[in-house]
Structures are given as C-alpha cells and as structure tokens.
Design a protein around this ligand. Structure first.
Ligand code: FE2
Length: 414
C-alpha cells in the first residue's frame, strides 16, 4: 500500500520551504558606516572622527593596553584633530554591568558625544554597551535580543587583537552581576559607526593569544557560513575570511612582527564578524560559552577544542557546505568527492589547530565529566543555537563533550 501524505502536511512543508527561501533571499545586512584599514591608519582617526561629527571622544580602553602605552597614537590623533578627549581605563577582563554603569556615568559627566573602544573584545564590548545603554533605565536581561535600534552618541571600535570581530557586529556580551549571568545584548545600534583596523597595534600580541583569537575568527566564519540563518552576503564574507585565516594565521603566530599577515588577520576577523553578525553562529559557541564559564577556559581555546568535534557532528547536514569550505581552506582536488572534501575540511581545521599549538581535547583542563549534563542543558538555551545546521539535543551534546574529553574525533562515526 502506497504511503499517503495529508494535505495539511503538504501545506506545512510548502510553508516551511517558502519561509526558508524568503529567509535566504530576502535579508537585511548591517555593517559599520566607515571602515579604515591599513598599517598606521590610526593617523587617519582624527579626520574620520571629524567626518562623523564627533567633538568630544570618550576613549574606552583595556587597562593593560593603556598601561603598555598602546593608546598613545590614538590619543595623539584625537588631540591633533582638535577634539576633546576623556579616558575611561577601567576595563579589565570581561565587562560586567557595574563597569557599564560606571562608564555611562563618565559619559554623561564628560558630555562626550562619541564613544571609542580600543583594545581586545572586552574593551570593544564595554564601549558598545556604554554607548547604547546610556539612557536605559530597565534590567539588562531585557535586552537579550531585539531592542536597541538607536543611540544618541557616535560609536567607534579599534581592535588590538584579531578575533572577536566586535568592531563589525551588532552584539555585545555583558555579565549581569545581579543575576550572575552573561547577557548577550543585540541590536542595530550596537554596530559601530567606525571600525579602524590598524595591524601596527597588533604586532605585540603574544603568539598564544594570536593563535586562540585567530581560531575564534575561523570558528565565526565556519559557523556563519553553515548557519541556517545565513545569506549570500554573509557567506561571501565568511568564505573570504576562511581563505585569509588559513594563509595568514600560521605566519602571524610564528612571526608576530609580520605586518602583512597581521593586517590579513585583522581583515579576516572583521569579515567573520560582519558575517556572523548578519547570520548567527552555532553549536561551537553554544557549548564554548558554557565551558568558558564553568572552567575559565579562554574563548578561543574552547572553540579550538570544540570546532572539529562539532564539524564531525554537523557533517550529516553540511556535506556541501564543508566541501565548499575545503576549497577555501586550500583543499581542492578535482578527483575528490564531496564527502572526501567534507572530511578533508575537518582534518585541515584539526591540523591547523595542532600546528598552532592549541589543545585538541578537554583532558588537559580541570574538567569534570559529571558537569556535562548541566553544561549541555545550558548550551541548549544559548542564543547561538538558533541557527545551528543540525538539530541537536542535550544527550548529543553530552556525547560530543565526552568525545572532546578523551580526544576521539571519531571521523568514521556518526
Ligand atoms: Fe567567538
């Protein structure tokens, strides 16, 4: 007897297909109004701030970056342009709501009309939150998704590491000290007006941090490329970011003073940021957010451990995408099938992580496998899971964590 499909089932399938089509072909893409890039381009900062109408800049910096004197060229550029400068140097580690409240108070007291973040992801996230939460009176947790369509001050970002891509994104992550949770705050107003990518500011970044933040960039690009919420523009940026990372990251790690490769990584991080800001991330970030909090594993390191395992898990739904990514990674032989290209992409990513000296399992960390169920349940409610290409449940995440714990990539499994 032939199987029959009810009309309501057909209607559901058609509706879902149409929604999927609309999602991929009709989209909004946001990016900074002005992007300035190149060695020593910080010298163009004053003119660019004038172009954006800034008169008084609140410079939000990592305390360590400031103590190392890395802000001096930026401060000089602002002052030479005749703009008023107020420094906020309290950023140390991941920003929390108390820091943001302090920064907002300084913004109001100073009368600054432009907030400029300079430093790693923490300084940029802090600057973005200070710029948009200045007039907000409610609870931080109400901003999880959606709000923040406008702000009353200008916003710029100058990264000193190539990783988070925060200079290009519509998201900031702030720890809510009242509820002791990290709150992703997302909205169009968080996209900076200005992104300035000066590789000269990145030359002194230690190799271990360059490696970890670089793999964060690669993870952003791969997750954005394969997200169910992706779109052609986001995929184009992600693909080019992957091409740049595979060429530039090993040299940037091995020869930190190579300006060209530092510049390539700065652009790769920016492109990956643009991509995931306009498409979303996936399971790697959903889990790494949790193990980062549980075990204080740096974000890029957590991503490096998880990325190959998640790619193995996702390949059921990502064979075509991973075959395309293989080409971006330089693995491209005419004789290879899509399945072979897919496998080769995963192995290429794994080899890069090994070459960079990053860990390939959780075994070297003080990780307790009895935590995995709790971690998996928390990962299931992480905002990054919404676009993940393969549906996943908590038990599957526990299994994935167990494989990552023992270091078994299980390439022929699943
Ligand atoms: Fe990330």
């Amino acid at each position: 007897m032939a199987n029959t499909i009810s009309s309501s089932t057909i209607a559901t399938i058609v509706t879902q297909t149409l929604q999927q089509c609309q999602f991929n072909t009709s989209f909004t893409f946001r990016s900074p109004a002005i992007t300035v890039t190149g060695p020593y381009c910080v010298n163009q900062l004053g003119a660019t701030l004038h172009e954006l109408g800034a008169k008084h800049v609140l410079l939000v910096v990592d305390k360590m970056v400031w103590q190392l004197g890395l802000t001096s060229s930026c401060e000089t550029a602002i002052e030479l342009a005749g703009l008023t400068l107020t420094l906020f140097t309290d950023v140390q580690g991941e920003p929390d709501s108390e820091l943001v409240v302090k920064g907002v108070a300084m913004l109001k007291a100073s009368g600054a009309d432009f907030v400029l973040g300079l430093g790693g992801g923490s300084a940029l996230d802090a600057a973005k939150a200070i710029a948009v939460l200045g007039d907000y009176k409610g609870a931080l947790s109400e901003f999880v998704v959606g709000g923040l369509a406008s702000r009353t001050v200008g916003l710029g970002a100058i990264p000193t590491t190539a990783g988070t891509g925060s200079e290009a994104t519509d998201i900031t992550v702030i720890k809510d000290v009242v509820n002791n949770i990290k709150v992703p705050v997302k909205g169009p107003a968080l996209v900076p007006d200005l992104a300035l990518l000066d590789p000269a500011l990145m030359l002194g970044v230690p190799s271990s941090i360059t490696a970890a933040t670089g793999i964060d960039t690669l993870t952003h690009a791969i997750e954005a490329y394969t997200s169910r919420q992706s779109n052609p523009l986001a995929q184009a940026y992600a693909y080019h970011s992957i091409e740049m990372v595979i060429k530039a990251l090993p040299v940037a790690v091995g020869c930190g003073d190579d300006m060209d490769m530092r510049h390539s990584m700065a652009i790769a991080a920016y492109k990956a940021g643009l991509s995931f800001s306009n498409s979303g991330l996936g399971l790697v970030h959903a889990i790494s957010h949790q193990i980062g909090s549980f075990y204080h594993i740096p974000h890029g390191v957590a991503n490096a451990i998880l990325l190959p395992y998640v790619m193995v898990f996702n390949r059921l739904c990502c064979e075509n995408s991973y075959a395309e990514i293989a080409k971006a990674l330089g693995v491209d032989r005419d004789s290879m099938t899509k399945r072979e290209l897919c496998q080769a992409a995963i192995l290429r990513v794994r080899q890069l992580i090994i070459d960079l000296g990053l860990p390939t399992s959780l075994a070297g960390f003080e990780v307790n496998p009895t935590d995995f169920t709790t971690i998996a349940e928390q990962a299931m409610s992480d905002i990054c899971l919404t676009g993940t290409p393969r549906q996943v449940n908590a038990l599957q995440i526990v299994s994935l964590l167990e494989l990552a714990f023992v270091g078994d990539l299980e390439m022929e499994g699943s």
